[in-house]
Structure formats: structure tokens, C-alpha cells
Ligand binder design. Structure first.
Ligand code: GCW
Length: 712
């Protein structure tokens, strides 16, 4: 006890990471633990010093500080600052005149791209990080650190990289009282109550982590917004956060409540075409920008799930977006206007998945220049698997921004290992055919005038930020894919695993294999073959396919699987809701026929008889049951894989993951048993060999209640 106390004091005095707290996950992928062996020798030869120009900006100082911190940790000693063999030179051609003589090709790098190159300067081998702007240097520093951390070769470096998307944003669904909607990692990081006077040092670590993966924006408050966020008190709090984040290249944004002009402005209406309303928003924007000159702009959820919006005044979403856009435009701000709309009342269409397209496509070309329409990846709602939203690629005159969910509302929340990289990659590589074959979602996004991607954050004030070690990988993968939407989620997982644990290939290879299969495992034990939205009501924790008594059809899981004596699935072809014709003709044609529809989406698009012969030759019923079983088997396999990795992992993170995998297995079995017990009441067929009978009768599963599940 005394000894560990002494050790802690020693560490604190010398600025070292405490060994006691060292492996609680706080350091994310920025652990910078000492290298050894050849990796250390190589690093020593390439990091003798960090050299930069005089009077660096706050951003360059942050970059240099991170290099010193990272290399100091990896090498186990402080880093010098004089030019020497093996030094790292970092600057723009203006801030570091020695770089000007190298005539580096910075032309295509924009303000955020960077170049890393091994060169000889005055006879000395050095590594150069160069960019047009200090933000590029920041990203270049993290990229170089990544090479050190992952044990990559540091010789003959010649890397150029620039982000393919402009807006790489985290959406925090954080409420002002600290609760996070769909948050599974504790409460909000933002201590609104103590802001602006107390700035938790953790805000800086949050910004560092984001900068390390290229995230350059954060929407601080829930899209289910309250007007209070726009009052002077809260603007001052937001300013305090903006000041912390600015050196790290991160702009802040706020979700705007549409009726704020009434609620805090005393107006009688929030009609976007009312001149007093427009003037109110303009004055509000001026007020915000005088506190935060680089404020990013507003995010808006309007006329969806009970939120107010322009339709309350007989106006369109374009009218609603434009009044806000006009207010921020003089300051260079933007409006991210969400297309996740579904009417507060039962709509004219029976298929909720058609509503975003129906509401927004006719408005193409009607939005102000600084509006970007933010579209969820799927037409429904962040399900374990959905087809891509047909809106993506369908509005050629309007910039579209993709929204994905990093927090795992529908994918096992805090405890299930389900690496989202492959999900994001599947979306980004989906071919929309918008401009002919090969117009992937990534290409659509990259081609926009204002381009961007938003991820609903999975970050809270849990010590490990994301609720589990493996959930950290989802934050990481989001950032890396935002930078390069065409990157490989497997390569990203390799970097993450090497940095988060150890670069030893004997660890990285198997852990990445485990991660890469994990999302499909979750799909299998929750919603295989294109099933969706069969989670329990409200909190979405666990299965609830039987729910059928909620006020509106589109809230009920039975509406989404439509199981009956004949079969299961939703007919979205011409004989059903005809949602398929919201897609490009090439896709619609493929989806019109179950034979040409991919198995993994078949029940999304078709109502299929229980005895239908699947591509495997098995009946649909057998296939469904075997998928549920496969999901369970995959979790058992993950447990075994994790056990084999024990020698590589510290005790704290090992045991937490081990315990979580046990929870995941238990819940995978619950999903399988509950869903099969229920669907069997329609299919009336025996379970195929290899699938055990459910542990309990259906009534047992139907009776389970979880009123206090988190995140709701
Ligand atoms: O998926 C639903 C969530 C809501 C969320 C909404 C949205 C912020 O269950 O919690 O509200 O989507 O994206 O607006």
C-alpha cells in the first residue's frame, strides 16, 4: 500500500503515467508505452529531436507537444530540440524556412493535409512533417506517431495525405443535465454546470483523441434540443469548450431548437418566413459568433419524433433550414439539417422507411448554399444491418452528409463486442448508381460541394470513455473513415489494436480477426437475413419482436417483420410498399426479385414463405434458425479467441472484456431463444439440427422488463 502510494507520487512528480491507473483504458490508442527491442532501436534513430520554428501557433504547439509526449513515452526519455541526425522537423514552409529549400509538393494538400518524408538536410538524415497550415501539421504529427506506435518502418518515408471530406463531426446527444440519449458510457463529458469557470482537463484529452483521427467538429448538445443551449449563459459555456478545442483543430456546433425564438426570444411564432423570426436568428448568430468567431454552425432535427419544425407553420424543411443558414452565412457557418424525419402522426405512407426520401427529394435545389442535408445511413434507424438510404445520391443539387451511429443503440450497447468498422465500410462502399456504376456512397460524399460525415458519439465520462475497450475502436474507425471513406476497416482495426494493446503480430492478427467477425455475429443473433427493429420498446435493450400494441403501427416490431402463417418479411416491391423504386433503376431491378436480392437483406425487401428455398438450399425457417445459432457460436468463438490473447493484455482490460463477452454470450442466447420461440409460433416447424430448444417458454421472454436500462 505504502509502496504503491510512493510510486504514484513519483509518477505524478515526473509526469509519468501511473502504473496503477495505466490500463484502465483512459489513454485510448494514445498510450505511448515504452517500445523495446528493434522497434525501440529504430525509434531512437528517428526521433533524436523535434525541431520547429519560433513562436509556434497554439495548433503547432499542440502538435509539437504531442510529438514530445508520444515519443518521450515510446522512447522512455525526453526528446531534444536541436537539429541532429534523426531529428523530426515540423513546419510550414513559412514557419520553418529550412523546409522552403526542399520544394515539397504541398499543392494538393489543402489546409488539413500533410506530407511526411525522409530527407537529407545539411547532410543529416531527418524526417520532415510539412503542411500548408498548422492543422495539417497536427494531423501529420499524429500520423507519424502512429508509425512509431505500430512499429512501421521509419526509413524512406514518403507519405501525403489529405482528408477526403471537409466536415468530420461527432454528434453528441448530450443533455444539459448530463444524461446522454443513447449513451452507454456514463454521463456527459461536458460538465455544463461548472463551465465556463472550470474546464476539466479531460476536455483536452478528448480533443487530442479526436485530432489524432482527424475529427474536426463536435456538436455539443442533443438533437432533441432545448432552447437553453442558446442563452447567453450557455453560449459562454460553449465558448469555454471551443477555446479548449480550437488548438486541436476542432470547431464546435450546437443543435438548435426550432422554437427557440419563442421559448427564449419571446416571439409569438417560430415561422421561418416571419421577418422577426429571421431577425432573431440573425441576432442570435451574431451573438454566438462574437463569443466564438469560428463557431461551426447549427445542427437541426425538425418535425421528427415530436420536435418542432417549419411544417408546424405550413413551411418546408428548406424554409426551416434556410432561415438558420442565412443567419450564420455572414460568419462562414453552416447548417446541418437532418433528413431523419418521420411524422408525429401516422403518415400517409405505410412505410416509414420511405419518408425521408419523400420529404426531401422534392426539395432538391431549394436549400441555401451553406446547408448540408444530413442523412442517416439507412432508411430506418441505425439497425444492425439496413440497406443504404435511397436519399444518398438522389439529390444532385444539395450537399448530403452521412450520419452513422457510433454509440451502439441497436448493437449491444455497452457490453457487446461488435466492431462497427465493417458496418461503416459496407455503407460507404454501397453502389448508389447515382452517376452510373461505381458511384459508391463514399464517392457521393466526396463529390459534394460541402462534404461531410457525422457520427453519433459513443463517448461519456466513463474512465475508458466509450464503455468498453472495444467500443473505443468504433470511435477510432469512424475518425479514420471520415478522413478517408475508402479506407479499409480491417487495416484501421490493425492500427487500433497495435496502438491500443501491442503491435506484436501474434496479438494483432487474431484480435483483428475477432473484431472483423463481431458485427456479423451481432446481426446473426439479433436481426439476421434483413430483419430489423425487433428490439424491445424504448430502451431497445434485448429482443421484443412480439410487441404490437403501441399507439402507432410504425413503432411496433410486428410491423417490421410481419411474420404470419405463410412467412416473414416486409414486401417493399411493387406488390407491397414499393420502397425499392426509391433506388436507382439498376438497384430496384435487383431488389424486385428475392432470387437476386442479397440474402442478408432479403426480409427487408420481401415477405418470404417459411419453406422458401434460400441460396444455400435450406428452407427460410431453417436458415433463420441457423443464423441465430451461428451468432451464438460466433460469440463462443470470440470468447476462445480472447482467452488465447490473455498473455498480451493487462489484467484490467483483459478481465473487463472477458466479463463483457460472458454477458454478450448470455444475451446472444437470449436473443436466439426469444426470437425463435416467437417466430416458431408462426412457422410451426421444428428447429433444425444444431439449434437447441429455447431455454424458456415464450411467455418468459415476453414478460422481461428493463425500465432502468441506460441511455433511454
Ligand atoms: O433512433 C432514434 C433514437 C432516438 C434519437 C433519434 C434521432 C435523438 O432512438 O433516441 O433521438 O433516433 O436520431 O433523432
Amino acid at each position: 500500500m505504502r509502496l504503491s502510494r510512493l510510486l504514484l507520487m513519483f509518477c505524478a512528480a515526473f509526469g509519468l503515467a501511473s502504473p496503477v491507473l495505466a490500463d484502465d483504458g483512459y489513454d485510448l490508442w494514445l498510450r505511448y508505452r515504452p517500445l523495446s527491442g528493434t522497434a525501440l532501436a529504430q525509434a531512437e534513430a528517428h526521433a533524436s529531436a523535434v525541431v520547429t520554428g519560433e513562436q509556434p501557433s497554439a495548433t503547432l504547439a499542440a502538435a509539437v507537444g504531442e510529438l514530445r509526449r508520444g515519443l518521450g513515452g515510446l522512447l522512455g526519455h525526453p526528446i531534444g530540440s536541436n537539429e541532429a541526425n534523426g531529428a523530426i522537423l515540423i513546419g510550414t514552409p513559412r514557419s520553418l524556412p529550412t523546409l522552403a529549400q526542399l520544394r515539397l509538393p504541398l499543392g494538393n494538400l489543402g489546409s488539413e493535409g500533410y506530407l511526411i518524408r525522409s530527407v537529407t538536410l545539411a547532410g543529416r538524415p531527418v524526417t520532415v512533417i510539412a503542411a500548408n497550415d498548422d492543422r495539417g501539421l497536427l494531423y501529420g504529427s499524429f500520423a507519424l506517431l502512429r508509425l512509431f506506435q505500430t512499429g512501421a518502418s521509419l526509413d524512406r518515408l514518403d507519405i501525403v495525405s489529405a482528408p477526403k471530406l471537409m466536415l468530420r463531426v461527432l454528434d453528441h446527444w448530450d443533455n444539459l443535465d448530463g444524461h446522454i440519449e443513447r449513451g452507454y458510457a456514463g454521463n456527459s463529458l461536458w460538465d455544463w454546470w461548472k463551465l465556463p469557470n472550470y474546464k476539466d482537463p479531460r476536455y483536452t484529452d478528448y480533443a487530442r483523441a479526436n485530432a489524432s483521427i482527424g475529427i474536426n467538429g463536435a456538436v455539443l448538445n442533443n438533437v432533441n434540443a432545448v432552447a437553453a443551449s442558446l442563452t447567453p449563459d450557455y453560449i459562454a459555456k460553449t465558448k469555454a469548450l471551443a477555446d479548449v478545442f480550437r488548438p486541436w483543430g476542432i470547431k464546435v456546433y450546437l443543435s438548435a431548437r426550432f422554437t427557440a425564438p419563442m421559448e427564449i426570444g419571446g416571439l409569438k411564432t417560430a415561422d421561418p418566413l416571419d421577418p422577426a423570426v429571421a431577425a432573431w436568428w440573425k441576432a442570435k448568430a451574431d451573438e454566438i459568433y462574437s463569443a466564438i468567431p469560428d463557431f461551426g454552425g447549427f445542427l437541426v432535427k425538425a418535425n421528427s419524433e415530436g420536435q418542432p419544425g417549419p411544417q408546424d407553420y405550413g413551411r418546408t424543411h428548406a424554409d426551416g433550414a434556410n432561415v438558420l443558414a442565412d443567419a450564420v452565412r455572414p460568419h462562414g457557418g453552416i447548417v446541418m439539417y437532418r433528413a431523419f424525419v418521420y411524422a408525429a402522426q401516422d403518415s400517409h405512407t405505410v412505410d416509414r422507411t420511405k419518408q425521408a426520401y419523400e420529404s426531401f427529394k422534392p426539395l432538391d435545389g431549394k436549400f441555401a448554399q451553406n446547408v448540408i442535408v444530413q442523412v442517416k445511413n439507412g432508411p430506418l434507424d441505425f439497425q444492425p444491418r439496413e440497406p443504404v438510404s435511397p436519399l444518398i445520391g438522389a439529390m444532385p443539387k444539395t450537399p448530403l452528409m452521412l450520419e452513422v451511429q457510433i454509440t451502439k443503440e441497436y448493437l449491444g450497447q455497452a457490453t457487446h463486442a461488435a466492431y462497427l468498422g465493417p458496418l461503416f465500410e459496407e455503407i460507404l462502399r454501397w453502389d448508389t448508381f447515382a452517376k452510373g456504376r461505381g458511384t459508391t456512397v463514399a464517392k457521393v460524399l466526396e463529390g459534394e460541394r460541402i462534404s461531410g460525415i457525422a457520427g453519433v458519439a459513443n463517448i461519456g465520462n466513463d474512465r475508458d470513455w466509450s464503455g468498453s475497450t472495444f467500443n473505443q475502436a468504433d470511435w477510432y474507425a469512424f475518425g479514420r473513415l471520415a478522413w478517408d471513406p475508402e479506407a479499409s476497416s480491417q487495416r484501421i482495426a490493425e492500427d487500433w489494436a497495435a496502438m491500443t494493446f501491442t503491435p506484436d503480430p501474434a496479438f494483432v492478427k487474431p484480435v483483428v480477426a475477432m473484431m472483423m467477425a463481431s458485427r456479423e455475429a451481432a446481426v446473426n443473433y439479433m436481426t439476421p437475413l434483413g430483419l430489423t427493429h425487433i428490439m424491445a420498446t424504448g430502451h431497445h435493450y434485448g429482443p421484443g419482436p412480439w410487441v404490437k400494441d403501441l399507439a402507432r403501427a410504425e413503432w411496433n416490431p410486428v410491423h417490421y417483420h410481419q411474420a404470419d402463417a405463410i412467412g416473414i418479411g416486409v414486401d417493399r416491391t411493387v406488390s407491397g410498399t414499393d420502397a425499392i423504386h426509391q433506388y436507382a433503376p439498376q438497384i430496384a431491378k435487383q431488389l424486385a426479385n428475392p432470387k437476386t436480392t442479397p440474402d442478408n437483406l432479403i426480409l427487408w425487401f420481401h415477405h418470404i414463405p417459411w419453406d422458401y428455398r434460400m441460396k444455400s438450399g435450406r428452407t427460410l425457417w431453417d436458415e433463420l434458425a441457423l443464423h441465430y445459432q451461428a451468432g451464438v457460436d460466433q460469440v463462443v468463438a470470440m470468447q476462445r479467441q480472447w482467452q488465447a490473447l490473455k498473455p498480451f493484455v493487462d489484467q484490467e482490460r483483459y478481465e473487463k472484456t472477458e466479463a463483457f463477452l460472458a454477458i454478450q454470450l448470455h444475451e446472444a442466447e437470449w436473443w436466439r431463444d426469444a426470437c425463435l420461440a416467437y417466430f416458431q409460433t408462426f412457422a410451426k416447424r421444428p428447429l433444425p439440427a444444431g439449434v437447441p430448444a429455447p431455454a424458456h417458454p415464450l411467455s418468459y421472454y415476453e414478460a422481461l422488463q428493463y425500465p432502468y436500462a441506460p441511455g433511454h
